[in-house]
Design a protein. Structure first.
Length: 463
Protein backbone atom coordinates (compact mmCIF):
# COMPACT_ATOMS: atom_id res chain seq x y z
CA UNK A 1 0.00 0.00 0.00
CA UNK A 2 1.26 3.46 -0.89
CA UNK A 3 2.36 5.58 2.07
CA UNK A 4 2.04 9.34 2.48
CA UNK A 5 4.95 11.03 4.22
CA UNK A 6 3.89 14.03 6.30
CA UNK A 7 6.70 16.54 6.83
CA UNK A 8 7.06 19.52 9.13
CA UNK A 9 6.87 22.71 7.04
CA UNK A 10 9.33 24.32 9.47
CA UNK A 11 12.35 22.01 9.12
CA UNK A 12 11.19 19.31 6.67
CA UNK A 13 11.40 16.69 9.42
CA UNK A 14 9.36 13.55 8.77
CA UNK A 15 6.47 13.59 11.25
CA UNK A 16 4.64 10.44 10.27
CA UNK A 17 3.88 8.01 7.46
CA UNK A 18 0.26 7.08 6.88
CA UNK A 19 -1.41 4.73 4.38
CA UNK A 20 -3.02 6.15 1.26
CA UNK A 21 -5.98 4.66 -0.53
CA UNK A 22 -7.04 4.53 -4.17
CA UNK A 23 -10.07 4.28 -6.42
CA UNK A 24 -11.29 1.02 -4.85
CA UNK A 25 -11.47 2.52 -1.37
CA UNK A 26 -13.14 5.67 -2.69
CA UNK A 27 -15.84 3.53 -4.27
CA UNK A 28 -16.29 1.60 -1.03
CA UNK A 29 -16.69 4.83 0.92
CA UNK A 30 -19.29 6.12 -1.53
CA UNK A 31 -21.20 2.84 -1.41
CA UNK A 32 -21.23 2.91 2.39
CA UNK A 33 -22.33 6.55 2.64
CA UNK A 34 -25.01 6.19 -0.02
CA UNK A 35 -26.30 3.02 1.58
CA UNK A 36 -26.76 4.81 4.90
CA UNK A 37 -28.61 7.66 3.26
CA UNK A 38 -30.92 5.44 1.21
CA UNK A 39 -31.91 3.27 4.18
CA UNK A 40 -33.96 5.59 6.39
CA UNK A 41 -34.07 2.99 9.14
CA UNK A 42 -30.37 3.73 9.70
CA UNK A 43 -30.76 7.50 9.96
CA UNK A 44 -29.59 8.97 13.24
CA UNK A 45 -32.36 10.78 15.17
CA UNK A 46 -31.66 14.34 16.28
CA UNK A 47 -31.27 13.46 19.96
CA UNK A 48 -28.63 10.85 19.12
CA UNK A 49 -26.68 13.34 16.98
CA UNK A 50 -26.81 15.82 19.85
CA UNK A 51 -25.52 13.23 22.32
CA UNK A 52 -22.67 12.20 20.03
CA UNK A 53 -21.58 15.77 19.34
CA UNK A 54 -21.75 16.65 23.02
CA UNK A 55 -19.30 13.82 23.70
CA UNK A 56 -17.11 15.04 20.81
CA UNK A 57 -16.86 18.51 22.34
CA UNK A 58 -16.14 17.03 25.76
CA UNK A 59 -13.34 14.79 24.46
CA UNK A 60 -11.79 17.62 22.43
CA UNK A 61 -11.80 19.84 25.51
CA UNK A 62 -9.57 17.32 27.31
CA UNK A 63 -7.10 17.22 24.39
CA UNK A 64 -6.47 20.87 23.57
CA UNK A 65 -2.70 20.58 24.05
CA UNK A 66 -2.44 17.43 21.94
CA UNK A 67 -4.57 18.81 19.11
CA UNK A 68 -2.70 22.13 19.20
CA UNK A 69 0.67 20.43 18.81
CA UNK A 70 -0.56 18.25 15.95
CA UNK A 71 -1.95 21.26 14.05
CA UNK A 72 1.09 23.46 14.69
CA UNK A 73 3.61 20.81 13.72
CA UNK A 74 1.96 19.67 10.49
CA UNK A 75 0.58 23.05 9.37
CA UNK A 76 3.21 25.50 10.58
CA UNK A 77 0.78 27.91 12.21
CA UNK A 78 2.38 29.16 15.45
CA UNK A 79 1.36 27.40 18.65
CA UNK A 80 -0.41 30.47 20.04
CA UNK A 81 -2.64 30.66 16.96
CA UNK A 82 -3.08 26.89 16.63
CA UNK A 83 -4.38 26.78 20.19
CA UNK A 84 -6.97 29.41 19.26
CA UNK A 85 -7.90 27.26 16.27
CA UNK A 86 -8.50 24.23 18.48
CA UNK A 87 -10.69 26.25 20.85
CA UNK A 88 -12.62 27.58 17.86
CA UNK A 89 -13.08 24.01 16.62
CA UNK A 90 -14.58 22.96 19.95
CA UNK A 91 -16.90 25.95 19.84
CA UNK A 92 -17.86 24.99 16.29
CA UNK A 93 -19.09 21.62 17.52
CA UNK A 94 -21.11 23.38 20.24
CA UNK A 95 -22.59 25.77 17.67
CA UNK A 96 -23.78 22.83 15.60
CA UNK A 97 -25.39 21.23 18.64
CA UNK A 98 -27.24 24.44 19.42
CA UNK A 99 -28.46 24.93 15.87
CA UNK A 100 -29.93 21.43 15.52
CA UNK A 101 -32.92 22.53 17.58
CA UNK A 102 -33.36 25.73 15.59
CA UNK A 103 -33.70 24.16 12.14
CA UNK A 104 -37.30 24.38 11.02
CA UNK A 105 -39.55 24.88 8.07
CA UNK A 106 -42.47 27.26 7.68
CA UNK A 107 -46.22 27.26 7.27
CA UNK A 108 -47.40 28.01 3.74
CA UNK A 109 -50.67 30.04 3.66
CA UNK A 110 -53.63 28.27 2.08
CA UNK A 111 -57.26 29.19 1.56
CA UNK A 112 -56.68 32.49 -0.24
CA UNK A 113 -58.10 31.04 -3.44
CA UNK A 114 -60.94 28.59 -3.98
CA UNK A 115 -58.53 25.99 -5.32
CA UNK A 116 -56.46 26.11 -2.11
CA UNK A 117 -59.38 25.85 0.30
CA UNK A 118 -59.48 23.13 2.94
CA UNK A 119 -55.73 22.64 2.87
CA UNK A 120 -52.89 22.93 5.37
CA UNK A 121 -49.30 23.19 4.10
CA UNK A 122 -45.93 23.45 5.75
CA UNK A 123 -42.31 22.64 5.05
CA UNK A 124 -39.65 20.81 7.01
CA UNK A 125 -35.97 20.14 6.46
CA UNK A 126 -34.29 16.80 5.86
CA UNK A 127 -30.68 15.77 5.12
CA UNK A 128 -29.51 16.61 1.63
CA UNK A 129 -27.75 13.28 1.13
CA UNK A 130 -24.11 12.29 0.80
CA UNK A 131 -21.74 15.21 1.49
CA UNK A 132 -18.26 15.22 -0.02
CA UNK A 133 -15.76 17.60 1.59
CA UNK A 134 -12.34 18.47 0.19
CA UNK A 135 -10.27 20.52 2.60
CA UNK A 136 -7.24 22.85 2.68
CA UNK A 137 -4.06 22.93 4.75
CA UNK A 138 -4.16 26.31 6.46
CA UNK A 139 -6.59 25.45 9.29
CA UNK A 140 -6.04 21.69 9.54
CA UNK A 141 -8.54 21.10 12.35
CA UNK A 142 -11.08 23.91 12.15
CA UNK A 143 -11.73 23.48 8.42
CA UNK A 144 -12.33 19.77 9.01
CA UNK A 145 -14.87 20.73 11.70
CA UNK A 146 -16.62 23.11 9.32
CA UNK A 147 -16.79 20.50 6.56
CA UNK A 148 -17.90 17.48 8.60
CA UNK A 149 -19.73 18.52 11.77
CA UNK A 150 -22.59 20.39 9.99
CA UNK A 151 -23.24 17.26 7.92
CA UNK A 152 -23.20 15.02 10.99
CA UNK A 153 -25.43 17.48 12.83
CA UNK A 154 -28.14 17.42 10.14
CA UNK A 155 -27.88 13.68 9.54
CA UNK A 156 -26.06 13.59 6.22
CA UNK A 157 -23.28 11.01 5.71
CA UNK A 158 -20.00 12.80 4.93
CA UNK A 159 -16.72 11.83 3.29
CA UNK A 160 -13.75 14.10 4.02
CA UNK A 161 -10.52 14.40 2.07
CA UNK A 162 -7.94 16.42 4.04
CA UNK A 163 -5.04 18.25 2.41
CA UNK A 164 -2.15 15.85 1.84
CA UNK A 165 0.20 18.24 3.63
CA UNK A 166 -1.92 18.28 6.80
CA UNK A 167 -3.93 15.07 7.26
CA UNK A 168 -3.01 14.33 10.88
CA UNK A 169 -5.45 16.74 12.55
CA UNK A 170 -8.25 15.22 10.47
CA UNK A 171 -7.27 11.69 11.47
CA UNK A 172 -7.12 12.72 15.13
CA UNK A 173 -10.65 14.11 14.82
CA UNK A 174 -11.88 10.90 13.18
CA UNK A 175 -10.60 9.00 16.21
CA UNK A 176 -12.53 11.37 18.48
CA UNK A 177 -15.74 10.86 16.47
CA UNK A 178 -15.36 7.11 16.83
CA UNK A 179 -14.67 7.39 20.56
CA UNK A 180 -17.75 9.60 20.92
CA UNK A 181 -19.91 6.86 19.44
CA UNK A 182 -20.57 8.01 15.89
CA UNK A 183 -21.63 4.83 14.05
CA UNK A 184 -19.39 3.57 11.25
CA UNK A 185 -19.86 5.15 7.85
CA UNK A 186 -21.38 8.46 8.89
CA UNK A 187 -18.03 10.27 8.63
CA UNK A 188 -15.29 8.65 6.55
CA UNK A 189 -11.82 10.01 5.80
CA UNK A 190 -10.14 9.44 2.47
CA UNK A 191 -6.40 10.12 2.14
CA UNK A 192 -5.68 9.76 -1.56
CA UNK A 193 -4.21 11.43 -4.62
CA UNK A 194 -6.31 13.94 -6.54
CA UNK A 195 -7.04 11.60 -9.46
CA UNK A 196 -8.69 9.08 -7.12
CA UNK A 197 -10.51 11.88 -5.30
CA UNK A 198 -12.23 13.20 -8.43
CA UNK A 199 -14.92 10.53 -8.02
CA UNK A 200 -15.80 12.27 -4.75
CA UNK A 201 -16.89 15.17 -6.94
CA UNK A 202 -18.31 13.70 -10.12
CA UNK A 203 -20.19 10.66 -8.79
CA UNK A 204 -23.97 10.93 -9.08
CA UNK A 205 -24.36 9.68 -5.48
CA UNK A 206 -22.83 12.93 -4.19
CA UNK A 207 -25.54 15.41 -3.23
CA UNK A 208 -23.34 18.21 -1.90
CA UNK A 209 -19.71 19.23 -2.42
CA UNK A 210 -17.81 21.39 0.07
CA UNK A 211 -14.48 22.53 -1.36
CA UNK A 212 -11.88 24.82 0.19
CA UNK A 213 -8.84 25.60 -1.94
CA UNK A 214 -7.65 27.38 -5.06
CA UNK A 215 -10.05 28.98 -7.51
CA UNK A 216 -8.51 27.10 -10.44
CA UNK A 217 -9.22 23.73 -8.84
CA UNK A 218 -12.57 24.73 -7.36
CA UNK A 219 -14.14 25.94 -10.59
CA UNK A 220 -12.77 22.89 -12.42
CA UNK A 221 -14.39 20.58 -9.87
CA UNK A 222 -17.68 22.42 -10.14
CA UNK A 223 -17.70 21.66 -13.86
CA UNK A 224 -17.49 17.95 -12.98
CA UNK A 225 -20.53 17.85 -10.68
CA UNK A 226 -23.41 15.57 -11.56
CA UNK A 227 -26.79 17.18 -12.32
CA UNK A 228 -28.45 18.31 -9.11
CA UNK A 229 -25.32 18.24 -6.94
CA UNK A 230 -25.11 21.44 -4.93
CA UNK A 231 -21.84 22.95 -3.80
CA UNK A 232 -20.02 25.53 -1.75
CA UNK A 233 -16.62 26.64 -3.03
CA UNK A 234 -14.36 28.73 -0.81
CA UNK A 235 -11.41 30.19 -2.68
CA UNK A 236 -8.89 32.91 -1.96
CA UNK A 237 -8.94 36.66 -2.11
CA UNK A 238 -6.66 39.69 -2.16
CA UNK A 239 -8.28 41.54 0.70
CA UNK A 240 -8.37 45.34 0.32
CA UNK A 241 -8.37 47.88 3.14
CA UNK A 242 -9.33 51.55 2.76
CA UNK A 243 -7.71 53.86 5.33
CA UNK A 244 -9.09 57.40 5.51
CA UNK A 245 -7.12 60.34 6.90
CA UNK A 246 -9.26 60.43 10.07
CA UNK A 247 -8.49 56.80 10.99
CA UNK A 248 -7.18 56.12 14.49
CA UNK A 249 -3.70 54.97 13.45
CA UNK A 250 -2.55 53.72 16.85
CA UNK A 251 -5.60 51.49 17.23
CA UNK A 252 -5.51 50.42 13.59
CA UNK A 253 -1.90 49.25 13.30
CA UNK A 254 -2.10 46.20 15.59
CA UNK A 255 -5.16 45.04 13.65
CA UNK A 256 -3.42 45.41 10.28
CA UNK A 257 -0.35 43.65 11.64
CA UNK A 258 -2.36 40.67 12.86
CA UNK A 259 -4.55 40.55 9.77
CA UNK A 260 -1.57 40.67 7.43
CA UNK A 261 0.89 38.29 9.10
CA UNK A 262 -1.36 35.81 10.90
CA UNK A 263 -0.26 32.33 9.77
CA UNK A 264 2.39 33.97 7.57
CA UNK A 265 -0.39 35.45 5.41
CA UNK A 266 -1.70 32.01 4.44
CA UNK A 267 -5.33 32.94 5.00
CA UNK A 268 -7.93 33.51 2.29
CA UNK A 269 -8.96 36.86 3.80
CA UNK A 270 -5.50 38.00 4.92
CA UNK A 271 -4.84 41.75 4.76
CA UNK A 272 -2.99 42.23 1.48
CA UNK A 273 -3.69 45.59 -0.22
CA UNK A 274 -3.92 48.64 2.06
CA UNK A 275 -4.98 51.89 0.36
CA UNK A 276 -4.02 54.80 2.64
CA UNK A 277 -4.84 58.48 2.25
CA UNK A 278 -1.75 60.34 1.09
CA UNK A 279 -1.71 62.63 4.13
CA UNK A 280 -0.94 59.72 6.48
CA UNK A 281 0.38 57.01 4.13
CA UNK A 282 4.08 57.42 4.87
CA UNK A 283 3.50 57.48 8.62
CA UNK A 284 1.25 54.39 8.52
CA UNK A 285 3.62 52.50 6.26
CA UNK A 286 6.72 53.19 8.34
CA UNK A 287 5.02 52.35 11.62
CA UNK A 288 3.58 49.12 10.22
CA UNK A 289 6.99 48.15 8.86
CA UNK A 290 8.61 48.78 12.24
CA UNK A 291 6.07 46.52 13.92
CA UNK A 292 6.39 43.82 11.26
CA UNK A 293 10.18 43.76 11.51
CA UNK A 294 9.85 43.05 15.24
CA UNK A 295 7.69 39.94 14.77
CA UNK A 296 9.30 36.71 15.99
CA UNK A 297 9.68 34.28 13.08
CA UNK A 298 10.54 30.65 13.62
CA UNK A 299 9.50 27.28 15.01
CA UNK A 300 5.70 27.05 15.25
CA UNK A 301 5.99 24.81 18.32
CA UNK A 302 7.81 27.59 20.20
CA UNK A 303 5.15 29.51 22.13
CA UNK A 304 7.00 32.78 21.47
CA UNK A 305 6.81 32.45 17.68
CA UNK A 306 4.44 34.88 15.94
CA UNK A 307 5.08 33.99 12.28
CA UNK A 308 5.82 30.46 11.16
CA UNK A 309 6.84 28.84 7.87
CA UNK A 310 5.07 28.69 4.57
CA UNK A 311 3.54 25.29 3.90
CA UNK A 312 6.08 24.22 1.24
CA UNK A 313 9.50 25.47 0.08
CA UNK A 314 8.10 26.16 -3.39
CA UNK A 315 5.77 28.73 -1.81
CA UNK A 316 8.79 30.56 -0.39
CA UNK A 317 10.29 30.51 -3.88
CA UNK A 318 7.11 31.97 -5.33
CA UNK A 319 6.80 34.75 -2.72
CA UNK A 320 10.46 35.65 -3.19
CA UNK A 321 9.97 35.84 -6.96
CA UNK A 322 6.88 38.04 -6.66
CA UNK A 323 8.53 40.46 -4.22
CA UNK A 324 11.63 40.72 -6.41
CA UNK A 325 9.42 41.45 -9.42
CA UNK A 326 7.63 44.25 -7.55
CA UNK A 327 10.89 45.80 -6.34
CA UNK A 328 12.42 45.66 -9.81
CA UNK A 329 9.45 47.65 -11.10
CA UNK A 330 9.52 50.35 -8.44
CA UNK A 331 8.05 49.07 -5.17
CA UNK A 332 9.87 50.24 -2.05
CA UNK A 333 10.78 47.64 0.58
CA UNK A 334 10.12 49.07 4.03
CA UNK A 335 10.99 45.85 5.86
CA UNK A 336 11.74 42.24 5.02
CA UNK A 337 11.92 41.33 1.36
CA UNK A 338 14.15 38.27 1.76
CA UNK A 339 13.90 34.59 2.52
CA UNK A 340 15.22 33.40 5.86
CA UNK A 341 15.50 29.75 4.85
CA UNK A 342 13.92 27.23 2.50
CA UNK A 343 10.79 27.39 4.65
CA UNK A 344 10.68 30.89 6.18
CA UNK A 345 10.22 34.30 4.60
CA UNK A 346 10.64 37.64 6.35
CA UNK A 347 7.49 39.60 7.19
CA UNK A 348 7.52 42.16 4.38
CA UNK A 349 5.94 45.56 3.86
CA UNK A 350 6.01 47.07 0.37
CA UNK A 351 5.09 50.65 -0.51
CA UNK A 352 3.38 51.49 -3.82
CA UNK A 353 3.96 48.38 -5.94
CA UNK A 354 2.91 48.94 -9.57
CA UNK A 355 -0.58 47.99 -10.69
CA UNK A 356 0.61 45.20 -13.00
CA UNK A 357 2.78 43.05 -10.70
CA UNK A 358 1.78 39.81 -8.99
CA UNK A 359 1.69 41.21 -5.44
CA UNK A 360 -0.96 43.66 -6.63
CA UNK A 361 -2.99 41.47 -8.97
CA UNK A 362 -2.83 38.01 -7.34
CA UNK A 363 -3.45 36.51 -3.92
CA UNK A 364 -0.01 36.54 -2.25
CA UNK A 365 -0.76 33.89 0.39
CA UNK A 366 2.46 34.77 2.15
CA UNK A 367 3.80 37.24 4.74
CA UNK A 368 3.68 40.28 2.46
CA UNK A 369 1.53 43.41 2.87
CA UNK A 370 1.34 46.18 0.26
CA UNK A 371 0.45 49.84 0.89
CA UNK A 372 -0.73 52.27 -1.77
CA UNK A 373 -1.10 56.03 -1.41
CA UNK A 374 -4.30 57.68 -2.67
CA UNK A 375 -5.79 61.16 -2.81
CA UNK A 376 -9.29 60.24 -4.00
CA UNK A 377 -11.15 57.57 -2.02
CA UNK A 378 -13.36 56.61 -4.95
CA UNK A 379 -10.31 55.91 -7.08
CA UNK A 380 -8.90 53.77 -4.28
CA UNK A 381 -12.16 51.84 -4.11
CA UNK A 382 -12.07 51.32 -7.86
CA UNK A 383 -8.59 49.81 -7.52
CA UNK A 384 -9.75 47.69 -4.60
CA UNK A 385 -12.57 46.37 -6.79
CA UNK A 386 -10.43 45.91 -9.89
CA UNK A 387 -9.51 42.26 -9.29
CA UNK A 388 -11.75 39.25 -9.98
CA UNK A 389 -11.57 38.27 -6.29
CA UNK A 390 -14.19 39.45 -3.82
CA UNK A 391 -14.20 38.13 -0.27
CA UNK A 392 -13.78 40.26 2.86
CA UNK A 393 -12.64 43.90 2.91
CA UNK A 394 -12.19 46.64 5.50
CA UNK A 395 -12.39 50.38 6.02
CA UNK A 396 -10.80 52.48 8.77
CA UNK A 397 -12.47 55.81 9.44
CA UNK A 398 -14.33 57.62 12.23
CA UNK A 399 -16.82 59.22 9.85
CA UNK A 400 -20.17 57.44 9.65
CA UNK A 401 -21.05 58.80 6.23
CA UNK A 402 -17.67 57.74 4.83
CA UNK A 403 -18.11 54.33 6.40
CA UNK A 404 -21.51 53.70 4.86
CA UNK A 405 -20.45 55.01 1.45
CA UNK A 406 -17.33 52.81 1.41
CA UNK A 407 -19.17 49.72 2.59
CA UNK A 408 -21.73 50.30 -0.13
CA UNK A 409 -19.13 50.63 -2.89
CA UNK A 410 -16.67 47.85 -1.98
CA UNK A 411 -17.28 44.58 -3.82
CA UNK A 412 -17.12 42.11 -0.94
CA UNK A 413 -19.25 39.60 0.93
CA UNK A 414 -18.32 41.30 4.21
CA UNK A 415 -16.76 44.66 5.10
CA UNK A 416 -15.11 45.14 8.48
CA UNK A 417 -15.22 48.65 9.93
CA UNK A 418 -12.17 49.63 11.97
CA UNK A 419 -11.00 46.01 12.04
CA UNK A 420 -8.85 43.80 9.82
CA UNK A 421 -10.17 41.76 6.92
CA UNK A 422 -9.37 38.39 8.53
CA UNK A 423 -11.91 38.77 11.35
CA UNK A 424 -14.20 35.79 11.63
CA UNK A 425 -16.41 34.04 14.13
CA UNK A 426 -17.82 30.64 13.26
CA UNK A 427 -21.52 31.52 13.47
CA UNK A 428 -21.36 34.28 10.88
CA UNK A 429 -21.75 33.75 7.10
CA UNK A 430 -18.37 33.31 5.46
CA UNK A 431 -17.59 32.91 1.78
CA UNK A 432 -16.47 34.64 -1.38
CA UNK A 433 -18.21 35.94 -4.45
CA UNK A 434 -17.09 36.21 -8.09
CA UNK A 435 -13.82 34.26 -8.48
CA UNK A 436 -13.53 33.88 -4.71
CA UNK A 437 -16.24 31.27 -4.51
CA UNK A 438 -19.91 30.43 -4.24
CA UNK A 439 -22.12 29.46 -1.30
CA UNK A 440 -21.72 30.32 2.36
CA UNK A 441 -19.82 28.69 5.17
CA UNK A 442 -20.20 29.23 8.89
CA UNK A 443 -21.62 26.41 11.01
CA UNK A 444 -25.35 27.29 10.85
CA UNK A 445 -25.15 28.36 7.21
CA UNK A 446 -23.47 25.10 6.22
CA UNK A 447 -26.13 23.17 8.13
CA UNK A 448 -28.82 24.94 6.12
CA UNK A 449 -27.02 24.20 2.86
CA UNK A 450 -26.58 20.52 3.79
CA UNK A 451 -30.35 20.08 4.10
CA UNK A 452 -33.24 20.56 1.72
CA UNK A 453 -36.85 21.50 2.23
CA UNK A 454 -39.80 19.19 1.73
CA UNK A 455 -43.39 20.42 1.70
CA UNK A 456 -46.46 18.56 2.89
CA UNK A 457 -49.95 19.62 1.81
CA UNK A 458 -52.89 18.14 3.71
CA UNK A 459 -56.41 18.26 2.25
CA UNK A 460 -59.30 17.83 4.62
CA UNK A 461 -62.91 18.95 4.70
CA UNK A 462 -62.52 19.90 8.37
CA UNK A 463 -59.86 22.51 7.63
Amino acid sequence: MQKLKVFSPYDNKLIKEIPMVGATEVEEALTTAYGLFKDRSKWLPAYQRVEILERVAQIMSTRVEELTNIAAEEGGKPYIDSEVEVLRAINGVKLAIGYIGQMKGEQIPMGHTKSSANRLAFTFREPIGVVSSISAFNHPLNLIIHQTVPAIAVGSPVIIKPALTTPLSCLAFMDILKEAGLPDGWCQVIVCENNAAEKLVSDERINYLSFIGSAKVGWYLRSKLSPGTRCALEHGGAAPVIVEKDADVELMLPALLKGGFYHAGQVCVSVQRIFVHESICEDVANKLAKMASALIVGDPLDKKTEVGPLILPREVDRVEEWVNEAVSKGAKVLCGGKRISDNLYEPTVLLDPPDDVNVTTQEIFGPVVCLYSYSDRNEAIDKANSLPYAFQAAVFTNNLETTLDTVNKLNATAVMVNDHTAFRVDWMPFGGRDSSGIGMGGIPYSMDEMTREKMIVIKSDVL
